[in-house]
Design a protein around this ligand. Sequence first.
Ligand code: BTN
Length: 263
Amino acid sequence: MLTKEKVDTIFHGEIIGKDIIFLESATSTNDVAMEIGMQRENPEGLVVIADSQTHGKGRLGRKWLSPSGVNLYFTVLLRPSILPNEATFITLMTAVAVVRAIREYTGLQAKIKWPNDILVSGKKAGGILFEMKSGGNRIKLLAIGIGINVNMSINELPDDIKELSTSLKTEKGETVDRAGLLGRILAEIEESYKILLNGNKRALINEWIRLNSTLRNKVAVKNHERIISGIAENINDNGELIIRLPDGKTETVNAGDVTIVKE
Ligand code: BTN
């Protein structure tokens, strides 16, 4: 069970999770966090967690299935002093934190698939959706929404995504304590965020490269109805993917769906 009492005993950092709001049900923790954040003087580090969501949102307008009693759905609010076009880097930083926490807490060899899918055994076990409010070319609020399939049975998923999805329990063969994992993730986000605030972007990029499963593969990236095929060569300082095309030129993409092409 995930309860307010349990959530209150987990990690409270200097920045992340000073205040943690627990809801039994939310529309979407990203929406709730944004609303609360707009009303507060200093919402940096606020965490909103829900046991279930009625309108869970995935990337690219998709739905995020959010049944109660099994998974983690939460949002961390940040207000970094970076430009809106640098904000994708925050997702990269978050993916590093989530994968490190899953590895440490469960022993599973989680990996990052660009841009921000969390994979275990090559299947999707979680994802990150960041949304922002900006104005005057500054970020006003950044909502980083994290969804992890922790103890869900994969049979609960619709047929079209079942094949490509998994949960930590499915992979580990035993139930994973959600509050314990959440605490570990928040601690890792705090650590990564401090590394970023100290200006050490390179350390986070190197860690992302160590933990990713995309680079050096032949990929097809669907980006706004276009499909770009080539070798996933590198990521740049903004976390964008650099693809080497068959004609030797490169193309940089900042969003899309990656399929690894098996030869
Ligand atoms: C993806 O498509 O991979 C991203 C999924 C992100 C889901 C999380 S669950 C908590 C937060 N609230 C939402 O509505 N979405 C994110």
